[in-house]
Design a protein around this ligand. Structure first.
Ligand code: ZN
Length: 284
């Protein structure tokens, strides 16, 4: 009974199946009580707001009825949790699930997790190159055993594009302040490697970029020689602490002019510092 109600609450059950179950399950009225049962029966399932409202009422009812039930039951079969989420449910969830196995290369983001409380198994992907999210998929004990004992993993979450798409579908839209940074260029290069007919427009959607910037990164990332040269320049700039200056010629120009203009005072201050250190060592 609770399982089917939770499936409806999480959106993991087609509405037609739920309404059919509703009208044919006699045990529901004694389980919910007369008033709540009447509310459920009278809900207009064609109206999205009424359905969401009912899902909330039923969730609160079930949590109050069994407060010790594990938090796993509140997560949809396919869920997304922000790595920095401040939702108490997410914090509780992440404290009860534990890693049992990691896929390793080439799908380093893929893990098998199990709940210490209710024993529910989860396929968990760490999407930390773009949105910093955990993507969860509820899996059966049989599938979990295949992973754990025979290293046979389900086909889900095998491409980074899939992870980005799930993040996008769940409304997670992080934006890089420096889109031409090396990490985003590497990511686009890997997306092209995964699927060579991916378009700049698709990249712009997945990575929350405007189309022009996506095209620029796409052209850079699809030319290995140019990408290597660009990234080497990026790294050399980063060593001097002006990582993104090359993307903005005016910033770099100003920096150079500033150094030239103040070179004499910089040298004098350095000399004062060195002499001061020497004197303090001498008189110690
Ligand atoms: Zn659990």
């Amino acid at each position: 009974m609770e399982n089917i109600l939770w499936k409806f609450i999480r959106g993991d059950m087609p509405l037609a199946d739920f309404t059919q179950w509703l009208y044919t399950t006699k045990e529901l009225e004694p389980f919910l009580g007369e008033d709540l049962h009447l509310d459920v029966i009278l809900t207009n399932f064609e109206n999205r707001n009424d359905v969401v409202n009912l899902q909330e009422i039923l969730a609160n009812y079930l949590i109050a009825k069994d407060p010790r039930a594990c938090v796993c039951v509140r997560y949809a079969d396919l869920s997304v949790i922000g790595m920095e989420s401040d939702d108490p449910d997410d914090a509780m969830f992440l404290s009860v699930v534990k890693e049992r196995k990691n896929f390793g290369d080439p799908y380093w983001w893929l893990n098998l997790y199990s709940c210490n409380v209710c024993k529910q198994n989860w396929l968990l992907a760490q999407e930390e190159r773009m949105n910093d999210i955990y993507i969860l998929k509820r899996i059966s004990a049989v599938d979990a055993n295949l992973i754990y004992q025979e290293n046979k993993w389900p086909a889900s979450f095998r491409t980074y594009e899939e992870l980005l798409k799930i993040g996008y579908d769940h409304g997670v839209k992080f934006r890089f302040c420096d889109p031409l940074s090396s990490s985003l260029c590497y990511l686009v290069a890997d997306l092209i490697k995964e699927r060579d007919d991916i378009t700049p427009k698709e990249i712009s959607v997945l990575l929350n970029l405007d189309e022009e910037t996506a095209k620029e990164i796409y052209e850079l990332a699809s030319n290995p020689k140019r990408l290597k040269q660009y990234l080497e320049e990026d790294v050399s700039y980063m060593k001097y602490g002006v990582s993104s200056a090359q993307n903005d010629p005016t910033v770099w120009q100003n920096f150079k002019e500033h150094c030239q203009k103040h070179s004499t005072s910089i040298i004098i201050w350095c000399l004062i510092f060195v002499v001061g250190r020497l004197l303090s060592l001498y008189f110690r």
